[in-house]
Ligand binder design. Structure first.
Ligand code: 572
Ligand code: ZN
Length: 356
């Protein structure tokens, strides 16, 4: 039964999360009011909480957190025809302007006017009721749960990365970072027909999980040593990987670490691609001669676009099973504890979800 409250998980200021009852939003003719049921916690939510900013996006006023959500339609505006009250939907959390050149070319993730949930100054979805553009609400088939629906957002990052890398049937794909996005990129690569997916990380327990999920081999990377130059470490790690692996057609970096990006370039075949998903230091040193001499394509990834319909089909058809990634669940009232859990990076944690 839907409630009359709109409990909202608010980043009051950096370091302080409060849960407050906010007014239930009014909707416009093209909107849906969604009773949010499940929201996953993303690294960016934790980053805003602990650091108050990501790059030039700075928390300057209280902001509702969360952008990985699914829920039930509670009301629709009078121009909305594809949704009705009671429909279960996944929320695509970024709404672009729809009229700029990027939007018109279909690359709406690059729209400079994008309104993205829980990216300052815009409120996120971790609340009881969220107003959303109805065309960014995607109806879930009966056999897709709301928990799975809330994983469509990070799955979209993986799907977009695989598309950017143009992964082909039979390709050898390597992934750096065995967190939720890395694992979902692995799942998307397999779904695209990759012949071999290897995943690398410095955390052994993450690789133990990866052994059970969409990867063919796992590589435990050494921790970096401050006395060894990054580039020397990266060459060593590349040689280590290449002792047991062929060069990769596509490498997807989901770690953001400079050493991973360097190692990724060294293990990519001539003419292959490195796809940058992870967000690390904004300026990094990379071996440009390798890129030039061997025509390695470096491709950026900014969230995703046009992925939701395909991601819904992948889950509904059983092509990708996202359920194993849900390792922990909390009630909305326990959100502070849930955020602490993710911040601490407790062993065995992949995705923490909050139930509203
Ligand atoms: O799920 C989408 C998503 N995107 C992230 C991070 C987490 N989740 N991005 C990394 C940070 N950038 S940003 O441009 N920014 C804060 C808007 O630095 C967006 C993409
Ligand atoms: Zn995210």
């Amino acid at each position: 039964m839907a409630s009359n409250t709109n409990l909202s998980v608010i980043l009051q200021k950096p370091g302080e999360i409060v849960i407050e009852n906010r007014p239930i939003p009014e909707i416009g003719p093209y909107d849906a009011l969604v009773n949010v049921k499940v929201t996953g916690i993303c690294g960016s939510d934790v980053h805003y909480w602990t650091k108050g900013r990501i790059g030039s996006f700075v928390v300057e006023k209280p902001m509702v957190l969360g952008h990985e959500s699914a829920g039930v339609v509670a009301a629709v505006g009078d121009k909305v025809t594809h949704l009705k009250v009671g429909d279960r939907v996944a929320l695509e959390p970024g709404v672009p302007c729809r009229v700029c050149d990027q939007c018109k070319h279909g690359r709406y993730n690059l729209c400079p006017e994008m309104i993205f949930a829980a990216t300052p100054p815009y409120d996120g979805t971790l609340c009881n009721y969220y107003r959303h553009a109805a065309d960014f609400c995607f109806k879930l088939p009966e056999n897709v749960s709301l928990e799975e629906g809330a994983l469509i957002e990070p799955l979209s990052v993986g799907v977009h990365a695989v598309r950017r890398g143009k992964v082909q049937a039979g390709d050898r794909v390597a992934i750096f970072g065995a967190g939720a996005v890395g694992l979902l990129a692995a799942a998307a690569a397999k779904a695209a027909g990759a012949g071999h997916v290897t995943i690398a990380d410095i955390v052994a327990s993450r690789l133990d999980f990866a052994k059970t999920y969409c990867t063919d081999s796992q590589v435990l990377l050494e921790k970096t040593d401050p006395n060894e130059p990054n580039i020397d470490y990266s060459k060593r790690m590349a040689n280590k990987i290449l002792e047991s692996h062929e060069l990769a057609d596509v490498v997807i970096d989901c770690s953001g670490a400079e050493t991973s990006v360097q190692t990724a370039i060294y293990i990519t075949r001539n003419g292959g691609s490195v796809v940058l998903v992870g967000m690390g230091a904004p300026v990094q040193s990379i071996p440009v001669s390798e890129i030039g001499i061997r025509e390695v394509d470096i491709k950026g990834v900014f969230r995703y676009c046009n992925t939701y319909p395909r991601a819904v089909k992948m889950i509904a058809s059983g092509t990708i099973d996202v359920k194993p990634l849900i390792t922990h669940s909390y009630k909305l009232e326990e959100s502070v504890e849930a955020f602490k859990h993710v911040k601490e990076g407790r062993d065995g944690t992949i995705k923490v979800q909050i139930h509203g």
